[in-house]
Write a protein that binds this ligand. Structure first.
Ligand code: XIL
Length: 474
């Protein structure tokens, strides 16, 4: 996640990019020719028409790496199987636990720790050659009630925070490339937010937390992260002044995170200028929680506007060397926090609820230098996804959707690549012979109107692996 070091400088043995000693993936300034050689295979979405709709010519992580950047996503650890896991592993080079590393998640009762979800994400990241952005150590929200309900002297509060940072950063020492050490310290007017930490410890809780995090893992890049600091404004200027003074005082600070929870059509015009001014202070900048929300329902005009917004953010990051990359806050609309937090709004991520890439996905890929193939107009598509998976069984689903075309009956087929077997299907009649599966419509769902969709499902068995097959519709 550091982009500032000249390509010619020797790699520090403390670099988070080499700390595992295992990664062969070039993470900085790698040559496109190398990276693009392993072109992406995106098998879950095929069209019935002549053209093949591909998500992009290469996964976003490879396109980003070729630009010296990373592309990340927030994830939910328990979902990292099936189609969700396939996309998370294939497309992204950074993973941020959406909730799993927050204090309330890891220490629900004082002295009782639950690392299962965080461990799952860190293990997944290592298995997929990804970096983890740890999120977050010091925040006013999602703290355990024993902490927020307690009554603590300043000294005791400081010790609790120090121990928390020691424990969590220490546990993942060498395995988390960057930490959002402090999250959301400012009010909109640039004053410090009144929180458990500020009220109890004063503004120096920030410097102390950074110092403690550095001691617990000297290799991790240490960030302060906030929202509404994307453009030049009172809040981002307060963050700027803080970072400047921390640097002057010799407090360890490596980067700022611009969350970038954006509203459709409202990418700040000063985004690049703002990124640049932080870079000029000598810190990295990361876009840490990117999403672009809209009033539901979405329509093609809003999705096109959203694509342009995503592209504008990517372009601003690409224009500044020290902008290390962008993380989306959930990659699919079905895994986004927006509908719960902003009622009536949603559709904020690059993939739809069924894991089909949206125009925003293609816009990100194009900003990163990829060439993408638009789905042909007037086509029906079949998308296969694994919606649940356990020891030996799984539930799959195929969604047939039409846009500019319609069907009065349908038949889809695929070959299972790893010995999977269908046990039972619903909303379709399926037969399997060897690896080959064919499913055709039931009596009541052969019609797929223009702009409509039909979904059928099945239970099956698997062992070893459960790769997503390429589906044909015909
Ligand atoms: C959100 C999560 O995505 C939700 O699942 C949770 O209910 C609330 O928090 N800024 C942050 C993130 O720094 O931690 C927040 O994540 C979104 C806003």
């Amino acid at each position: 996640m550091r982009s500032s070091r000249p390509a010619t400088s020797p790699r520090s043995s403390r670099s988070p990019f080499t700390s595992s000693g295992r990664s062969s993936r070039p993470r900085l300034r790698a040559r496109p020719a190398v990276l693009l050689a392993g072109a992406a295979v995106v098998g879950a979405l095929l069209t019935a028409g002549a053209g093949t709709a591909r998500a992009a010519d290469a996964p976003l992580r490879d396109l980003a790496a070729a630009q010296g950047k990373a592309m990340g996503t927030a994830v939910t650890g328990s979902k990292l199987t099936g189609t969700y896991g396939d996309i998370a592993g294939r497309e992204f080079s950074w993973l941020t636990p959406g909730n799993a590393m927050k204090w309330g998640s890891v220490e629900p009762a004082q002295g009782t720790f639950d690392w299962a979800e965080a461990d799952r994400i860190v293990n997944f990241a290592e298995a997929h050659d990804q970096d983890v952005r740890g999120h977050t150590l010091v925040w006013h929200s999602q703290n355990p009630s024993w902490l927020t309900d307690g009554s603590w002297t300043p000294a005791r509060l400081g010790t609790l925070l120090h121990d928390h940072i020691d424990t969590e950063v220490g546990r993942y020492k060498g395995r988390v490339a960057a930490w959002d050490v402090v999250n959301e310290p400012f009010n909109e007017d640039g004053t410090y937010r009144s929180t458990l930490w500020y009220d109890g410890l004063g503004a120096d809780y920030i410097a102390d937390a950074l110092t403690w995090a550095r001691a617990a893992d000297p290799a991790a890049r240490l960030y302060i992260n906030d929202y509404n600091v994307e453009g030049v404004n009172a809040k981002s200027t307060a963050l700027y002044d803080l970072v400047k003074s921390l640097k002057e005082r010799g407090v360890p600070i490596d980067g700022v995170g611009l969350q970038a929870h954006l509203i459709l059509g409202q990418v700040p015009s000063t985004l690049q200028q703002n990124i640049q001014r932080f870079a000029d202070l000598g810190v990295d900048v990361a876009i840490t929680e990117l999403d672009v929300r809209m009033q539901l329902p979405s329509d093609s005009a809003k999705l096109a506007r959203q694509a342009a917004d995503y592209q504008a953010v990517m372009n601003a990051c690409l224009a500044v060397t020290r902008c290390t990359g962008a993380t989306v806050w959930g990659f699919a609309d079905s895994d986004s926090w927006i509908p719960d937090t902003f009622p009536g709004q949603g559709a904020a991520t690059p993939y739809d609820e069924n894991y089909a890439p949206k125009p925003a996905y293609r816009a990100i890929a194009e900003a990163l230098g990829g060439t993408t193939t638009e789905p042909p107009t007037g086509a029906c598509t079949a998308a296969y996804s694994v919606t649940g998976q356990w020891n030996t069984g799984f539930t799959g689903q195929v969604r047939i959707a039409c846009s500019g075309a319609a069907l009065s009956s349908w038949k889809v087929g695929w070959n299972f690549g790893a010995g999977q077997q269908i046990a039972q299907a619903w909303n379709a009649t399926c037969a399997q012979s060897g690896a080959a599966v064919t499913c055709s419509n039931a009596s009541y769902n052969g019609t797929v109107p223009d702009g409509g969709s039909v979904t059928f499902g099945f239970n099956g068995s698997w062992s070893g692996s459960n790769p997503v097959p390429t589906v044909t519709l015909g």
